[in-house]
Structure formats: C-alpha cells, structure tokens
Design a protein around this ligand. Structure first.
Ligand SMILES: NC(=O)c1ccc[n+]([C@@H]2O[C@H](COP(=O)([O-])OP(=O)(O)OC[C@H]3O[C@@H](n4cnc5c(N)ncnc54)[C@H](OP(=O)(O)O)[C@@H]3O)[C@@H](O)[C@H]2O)c1
Length: 247
C-alpha cells in the first residue's frame, strides 16, 4: 500500500512506538492524528511536531471514542488508516495474592476490547476509501507468553486471534488490509519494568512497519519476533523456553 498521502489515526501516539511511527509517517507526507490520555504530554508533542493533530481520548472510554469518531468524520474525510497502538501491561508473577483478575481486566479492556470497539466504529469510514488499512500493534508475546507479563501476554494473544479473524472477514474487500505489528522488547517507558532498556529503539519498529506496509506484508515479525516465529514452527516448546529463559 502507499506509505504517503494517507490520513492516519494512531491511538497512544504521544510516546514510545506510537510517537516514532507518527514522526516517520509525517516525514513520509502523511497527515497524522495521535491520541493519548494526558493532555500535557500531547501538548508537548504538538509543540515538537506542529504537523501532528493531537486529540485527548482514552480508548477505554466509549464517550471519548464516540467523540473522536465524529471528529474524524467531520474534520478528516480522507481518514484511511487506523493504528491501534495504545496498550497496557502489568509485570508481575501469578500467585495467590497477585490480583490477576483486576490486572487482566484492565489489560483486556485496553489491549483487546477497546481495539474491537474503536475498529468497529471506524470501519464504515475506512471501508469507503479506495485504499485503507488497520494496523493492530500486538507483541512477540502474542506468539509465546513470557511469564513475567502473564495476563498481558494473554490479552495480546486475544488481539492476535481477533486480527486474524478480521483479516479473513475483510478479505473480500481488497481496498482494506489488516496488518499486525509484532514487536519484540522495545526501549520505551512501557517496558522499563521488564528490562526494556535492552530492547530495540522504537524508531526501528516504525521503520519495519513502513517497509511492511509498502510490501503489503500483513503479519509483521519485528527483529527477535521473527526468530520466535520460526522456532514455533519447528518446536513450540523451545519457543516457550526461549521466551522464558532466565525466568
Ligand atoms: N515497549 C515494548 O517492549 C513493546 C513490545 C511489544 C509491543 N508493545 C506494544 O506497543 C504499544 C505501544 O507501547 P509503547 O512501548 O510505545 O508504550 P509507551 O511508551 O508507554 O506509550 C504508550 C502511549 O499510549 C498512550 N496510552 C496509554 N493508554 C492509553 C489509553 N487507554 N488511551 C489512549 N492512549 C493511551 C500513552 O499516553 P498517555 O499515557 O498519555 O495516555 C502513550 O502515548 C502497546 O500496545 C504495547 O503493548 C510494546
């Protein structure tokens, strides 16, 4: 698909991977709208990159999502790419008093249910365009879990499954493609608790995404994710062990 001339919404685009993607898309002559919950963070990003449009919107709040959908329809009639990037993770061990239910509820809401809600609301706008795309940002842990983030991994596995079903469902409409970006550990605020400083830079993830969009490569195994994917084909047990080495 074209990687220039699009009008792109990135949820959670005021930091990390979302911001790196936003910057690269702007450099490639796309119109980009980013969302986040913290207005000050968004204002800082807008000062740094005045070409961006910023919108305060928590993807887990239906009223805020409804307003965003209306704003896109009114102010961005050329909107043709949705990047579901906002995510939530808890690093903890499953145990008798870990509070897994509450943590998982939060992760499932942000990483899975909110993606479904926003995608469903924006489908009419997307499918009416000559060329459109949905990009869901899942993770290497959607393929094989790391026990350091047990319920986060499960939420990303759910997102992976949903993304596959959505791709199959939309296949008869060749004007819209469904991509899944599967990064390994990335050096962002998000991953600090799980050794994220050893991860790849978010700019590398953004470069991989644009290359894959241009090549219509729908499932995008960034860096180490490609190794885990290959290992899974030959030995799922080894892939699980590799994801949990040193645990
Ligand atoms: N970092 C990694 O190692 C890694 C690896 C694989 C996959 N991923 C995935 O990549 C995505 C981005 O992660 P990241 O590392 O870039 O995180 P990050 O640096 O923490 O940035 C997250 C962004 O999302 C926004 N956000 C968080 N919750 C939101 C919500 N409910 N509604 C709207 N915006 C929200 C944040 O702004 P506010 O806080 O102001 O809302 C921020 O702009 C996530 O889906 C994550 O699961 C990350």
């Amino acid at each position: 698909m074209n990687i220039s001339g699009n009008t792109v919404l990135i949820t959670g685009g005021s930091a990390g991977i979302g911001l790196a993607i936003a910057k690269l898309l702007v450099e490639n002559d796309n119109q980009v709208i980013v969302t986040g919950r913290d207005p000050e963070r968004l204002a800082r990003v807008a000062r740094e990159l005045p070409q961006l449009t910023t919108v305060v919107c928590d993807v887990t709040r239906k009223r805020e999502v409804d307003l965003l959908v209306q704003q896109l329809q009114k102010d961005f009639p050329r909107f043709n790419m949705l990047i579901n990037n906002a995510g939530r993770a808890y690093a903890y061990r499953l145990s008798a008093c870990a509070g897994a239910f509450e943590k998982a509820a939060d992760e499932i809401l942000t990483n899975y249910l909110a993606v479904m809600g926003i995608t469903e609301s924006l489908l009419p706008q997307l499918t009416s365009k000559a060329e459109a795309a949905i990009v869901n940002v899942s993770s290497i842990v959607a393929l094989a879990p790391s026990a350091k983030t047990p319920t986060y991994a499960a939420s990303k596995a759910a997102l992976h499954s949903y993304t596959q079903s959505l791709r199959i469902t939309l296949a008869p409409q060749p004007n819209i493609q469904v991509f899944e970006l599967m990064p390994p550990l990335v050096n962002t605020d998000f991953s600090m608790e799980i050794g994220g400083s050893k991860g790849i830079p978010p700019e590398e993830v953004a470069q991989c995404l644009l290359k894959a969009l241009a090549a219509n490569q729908q499932e995008i195994h960034v860096g180490l994710t490609a190794n885990i994917y290959k290992l899974l084909q030959s030995s799922p047990e080894s892939a699980l062990m590799a994801m949990n080495a040193g645990n």
